[in-house]
Design a protein around this ligand. Structure first.
Ligand code: NAD
Ligand code: TYD
Length: 361
């Protein structure tokens, strides 16, 4: 691993990965290709450990000529592919963008890698790696008594987001089986931590809680996700890059599965402690159940035995610690938060997604 092409490195997990990799791998150089959609944010990349080993390229993963040029120019031997449309609620409103980026974009990168590492080219397949970052949502929803997902669970995606991620996973595996492309895949659970765009549950609740606004909990709030602190996740990816077996998939999770309502209540309690001056005295009084998401998956849970036993990775953060660190980060970065919350496209999204929901049950 010398020259790493990171896609989507101005987003939440990608930027955390870049901060981490520059810190732990002193000889690696990174080219970061990001289209700077609403979710991409150059502020996520400020204060990198070593700026001189990071090159930012503003562009789209669907642009084949651009991607080919990056492989050639930077002698890319490793791809870590994060770029995606990532929000389920947006996929309900705008499915086409998800098909384009998540499916066509992944296909474009795979083709470029296949060509760049083929035959007698400077980087051969045996020195290269294509790592694809995916989600546990490809496995669909679990009933209350079902066992957790694992690497052999059949795919059954429910949303356009998860269906397009499932498609991209299948393409990645097909490029390995058909062309021998040296791939690895991680399917991880819900991430949280610094730099997450405040449309997702945890940062949204922090942002609204601080402003004393209603906290919109979909349906009964008893849906369950597994929560993974982002720093634990980027460590897992690093381990897979270093020691994972070609062609393998690894499930990554945080070993935490509280219902959504408990997550929101814990954030409220932390805000009561850390931001007591903000109204109201008890943030729990802001919780408001609203109309549910269509097709909402009820429960996710993930078995991380394989990555634990084969690569020795396991999550370090407990949920309480991770939430405390996350709330603290958002409170300490009011300029990062307000730059997003004042954007007109963010206000429009909030209006679209929440104004019709009213009160749920
Ligand atoms: P994000 O939405 O925060 O960031 C996505 C980044 O990709 C942004 O910087 C955006 O500008 C960029 N991007 C989007 N379309 C692009 C395109 N066509 N070309 C180039 N760049 C483009 O997403 P995230 O939460 O950081 O997720 C990263 C990856 O991890 C995604 O593949 C997602 O499916 C996966 N994942 C995320 C979670 C989670 O909880 N956030 C959980 C499991 C898997
Ligand atoms: P989200 O952060 O959007 O991630 P995902 O849909 O990929 O799991 O949502 C996490 C959970 O929180 C999910 O069950 C939906 C729920 N949720 C709310 O209850 N209210 C909200 O405003 C949002 C954004 C999510």
């Amino acid at each position: 691993m010398k020259n790493v092409l990171v896609t989507g490195g101005a987003g939440f997990i990608g930027s955390n990965f870049i901060h981490y990799l520059l810190r732990v791998e002193p000889d690696v150089r990174i080219v970061n290709l990001d289209a700077l959609t609403y979710a991409g944010n150059l502020a996520n990349l400020s204060g990198l450990p070593d700026e001189s080993r990071h090159t930012f390229v503003h562009g789209n993963i669907c642009d084949r000529a651009l991607v080919d040029g990056l492989f050639q120019r930077y002698q890319v031997d490793t791809v870590v592919h994060f770029a995606a449309e990532s929000h389920v609620d947006r996929s309900i409103r705008d499915p086409g963008t998800f098909v384009q980026t998540n499916v066509v974009g992944t296909y474009t990168l795979l083709e470029a890698a296949r060509q760049a590492w083929a035959g007698d080219s400077a980087i051969s397949m045996s020195e290269a790696r294509f790592h694809h970052v995916s989600t546990d949502e490809v496995f669909g929803t679990l009933g209350p008594a079902d066992p957790p997902f694992n690497e052999a669970t059949p795919y059954a995606p429910s949303s356009v987001y998860s269906a397009t991620k499932a498609s991209s996973d299948h393409l990645v595996r097909a490029y390995h089986r058909t062309y021998g492309l040296p791939v690895t895949i991680t399917n991880c659970s819900n991430n949280y931590g610094p730099y997450q765009f405040p449309e997702k549950l945890i940062p949204l609740m922090i942002l609204k809680g601080v402003m004393g606004q209603d906290l919109p909990v979909y349906g009964d709030g008893k849906q369950v996700r597994d929560w993974l602190y982002v720093e634990d996740h980027v460590e897992a990816i690093h381990q897979v890059l270093k020691r994972g077996d070609i062609g393998q998939t690894y499930c990554v999770g945080g070993d935490n599965q509280p219902p959504n309502i408990e997550i929101v209540e814990t954030i409220c309690d932390i805000l009561d402690e850390l931001a007591p001056g903000t109204p109201p005295a008890s943030h729990r009084s802001l919780i408001k159940h609203v109309v549910d998401r269509p097709g909402h998956d009820r429960r996710y849970d993930i078995n991380i035995q394989k990555i634990k036993t084969e690569l020795g990775w396991q999550p370090r953060r407990t949920l309480r610690d991770g939430l405390l660190a996350t709330v603290t980060w958002y409170l300490d970065h009011p300029e990062w938060v307000s730059a997003i919350s004042q954007r007109s496209d963010f206000k429009t999204w909030m209006e679209h997604n929440y104004s019709q929901r009213g009160g749920g049950k």
